[in-house]
Design a binder for this molecule. Sequence first.
Ligand SMILES: CC(C)(COP(=O)(O)OP(=O)(O)OC[C@H]1O[C@@H](n2cnc3c(N)ncnc32)[C@H](O)[C@@H]1OP(=O)(O)O)[C@@H](O)C(=O)NCCC(=O)NCCS
Length: 140
Amino acid sequence: MIEYTNDLSRLEGLNLEGFFVGWPNPPSSETLKKILTNSQHVILALDANQLVGFINALSDGVLSSYIPLLEVLPAYQGQGIGKKITQRMLEELKSYYMIDLSCDDQVVPFYEQLGLRKNNSMFLRNYDVQSGKVPTSRGI
Ligand SMILES: CC(C)(COP(=O)(O)OP(=O)(O)OC[C@H]1O[C@@H](n2cnc3c(N)ncnc32)[C@H](O)[C@@H]1OP(=O)(O)O)[C@@H](O)C(=O)NCCC(=O)NCCS
């Protein structure tokens, strides 16, 4: 039975292992916890004490929101979890004019069925800090 929540206090004591499959230098589960805690919007999918899926969003609180990460554990994919947490996030973000994300070609149909439209996206990746950067003196 999968449980869905936006309650970040539920992260305490959860197993956060198993995400970022295929990333050469993935964030640790401690870093994932920090990413989720620092995000304005988070939807978690839980199976007992295992985090099995998550989506997060950042925003300026007025016009714009951005979804950086959506992940479902491989063993839990194809069961509707990704669709459910994305729908819940889109509902949370519906007061923003802009809801943006960037994704690989093979995930375009997944997002299209949820109402998102394909557009150009420009990006840079600093692969030397793929696992998460060391906090600066500003603490971010
Ligand atoms: C993409 C991802 C989140 C989908 O999660 P999921 O729980 O497996 O997806 P669901 O079971 O909710 O699928 C919902 C629907 O999308 C379709 N779908 C799922 N993954 C898809 C994909 N990669 N491409 C196209 N359609 C896809 C399913 O067939 C299903 O269709 P249906 O509603 O007609 O049956 C998951 O495959 C994943 O974590 N992938 C690795 C990380 C990733 O690529 N994240 C996206 C970053 S932008």
